[in-house]
Design a protein around this ligand. Structure first.
Ligand code: SF4
Ligand code: SF4
Length: 132
């Protein structure tokens, strides 16, 4: 007996590069965050905190020297951060081709074809409307 095949999910709102980006729970959403982006965010947050504490230095020259030191340290730390499977997007800064918003597509499940949550993309909905 021949097996019924599911239709592809390519026209689904949640479909991006063969992955399903539909969020199911806060825990799952947290688990698919881009690790590199998160690490950069943490370094950035620590840097801002250090810069904020420099305001307590009374001497403007001391403050400037310390500020430069903190910024250099921030750059060094950011540069050392890495992801083994990072692939840069050509000509678009430090973004990775696998990045979708703050998430990593590689950590998301593959779309196995149209499921109960299939939601037709807006542009296709508009096309359908204009054809009828
Ligand atoms: S592959 Fe790219 S998007 Fe995924 S965690 Fe690494 S840097 Fe982030
Ligand atoms: S069809 Fe289903 S599995 Fe595929 S992207 Fe849409 S919601 Fe996800």
């Amino acid at each position: 007996m021949s097996k019924l095949q599911r239709m592809g999910g390519q026209d689904c709102t949640y479909y991006i590069k063969k992955r399903c980006t539909r969020t199911k729970s806060p825990e799952e959403t947290e688990a698919v965050r881009c690790n590199l982006l998160e690490a950069r965010r943490q370094v950035g947050a620590r840097t801002l905190d250090r810069l904020d504490r420099l305001k307590r230095l009374a001497d403007p020259e001391d403050r400037e020297v310390a500020r430069r030191h903190v910024i250099q340290k921030n750059l060094d730390q950011i540069t050392r951060l890495n992801c083994d499977i990072y692939v840069p997007q050509t000509g678009r800064g430090p973004l990775c081709v696998h990045q979708h918003l703050i998430y990593c597509l590689l950590l998301m499940p593959p779309c196995e074809g149209r499921c109960d949550h299939f939601l037709l993309r807006r542009e296709h909905r508009a096309n359908k409307g204009s054809c009828s």
